[in-house]
Design a protein around this ligand. Structure first.
Ligand SMILES: [Zn+2]
Length: 280
């Protein structure tokens, strides 16, 4: 026995439930369209088909997973949305130039990492390790087709694209850190992987990888070694005079004309006369 007032109340509850369900369906539909568009932009660019396939499967599984991912931004186990590009030039360890799907050329600064300087206009900021890092990036990325993942900001104040750069499933930014070629460098709000990067850096440091275990060569020692390898005395094939290697006249001899002798007798036997200034 239900009185009219109570019946009206039940009717209202059913209506509310129906509205809620309709809302959820609508939401689910929207997020499905969103992920479809993302997949398209990667696919059209002609990048790695296995990845595109995996994304297709995700779409098939239903939009519930996508919605869950949206609500948990910390969870990055999902395949990221990538834009395919071709690396046309490596500028230094953390900056590359790419050709985009539309044919435009863009400079890309890798997010979250900083490699020692190698091409800085202020030469005092360039360090030996900069060249090593630069060489590593060149070997790894030059000429490759890569996937670019953006964070919150698409460009920095110099107009460069900001991206995580993938070769297949491997994120190169992370490789730079784990190999010790770069240190973690974060500019909020682009901090999507900062925790992962920081952990990688800690293990790279502990293992003494790359720059963490690197001592720059002693250049003066190296020069001395080269000198002694070349000989104690230097002669000129033009003047047929020979000098101590530290003689100012000896140092003026061009490399084309320079002849080195291990000892004095060797020079004299070869028909060279001792310099009258340094008296070798
Ligand atoms: Zn001399």
């Amino acid at each position: 026995m239900i009185d009219p007032v109570h019946r009206k109340h039940i009717g209202f509850r059913w209506l509310a439930l129906a509205v809620l369900v309709a809302g959820m369906v609508l939401l689910a539909g929207c997020s499905g369209v969103g992920s479809g568009a993302g997949e398209g932009s990667y696919d059209d660019a002609g990048a790695g088909e296995p990845t595109a396939g995996a994304q297709q499967a995700d779409v098939g599984k239903g939009s519930a997973a996508d919605t869950a991912q949206d609500s948990a931004p910390g969870e990055d186990s999902e395949t990221p949305e990538l834009v395919a590009a071709e690396v046309t030039r490596v500028i230094d360890g953390d900056t590359i130039e790419v050709s985009m799907p539309d044919g435009s050329i863009e400079k890309v600064r890798l997010i979250g990492v900083d490699t020692p300087e190698s091409v800085h206009p202020d030469k005092s900021r360039n360090v030996p390790y900069g060249d090593i890092a630069s060489e590593f990036t060149k070997n790894y990325l030059d000429g490759k087709t890569v996937g670019l993942e953006y964070d919150v900001q698409e460009r920095d104040r110099y107009g460069r694209l900001l991206a995580y750069v993938y070769v297949g499933d491997t994120m190169f930014n992370e490789i730079l850190i784990s190999e010790g070629h770069a240190s973690v460098s974060t500019y909020p709000p682009n901090v999507k992987y900062v925790e992962r990067f920081t952990a990688e850096q800690t293990s790279a440091r502990n293992a003494g990888n790359g720059q963490w275990g690197y001592t720059p060569p002693d250049e003066s020692a190296q020069e001395k070694n080269e000198e002694s390898a070349q000989g104690e005395y230097i002669g000129s094939a033009r003047s047929y005079k020979f000098h101590c290697t530290d003689c100012v006249w000896g140092q003026k001899i061009t490399s084309n004309n320079a002849v080195y002798f291990a000892n004095r007798d060797e020079a004299i036997d070869a028909g060279f006369a001792p310099c009258k200034v340094c008296r070798p």
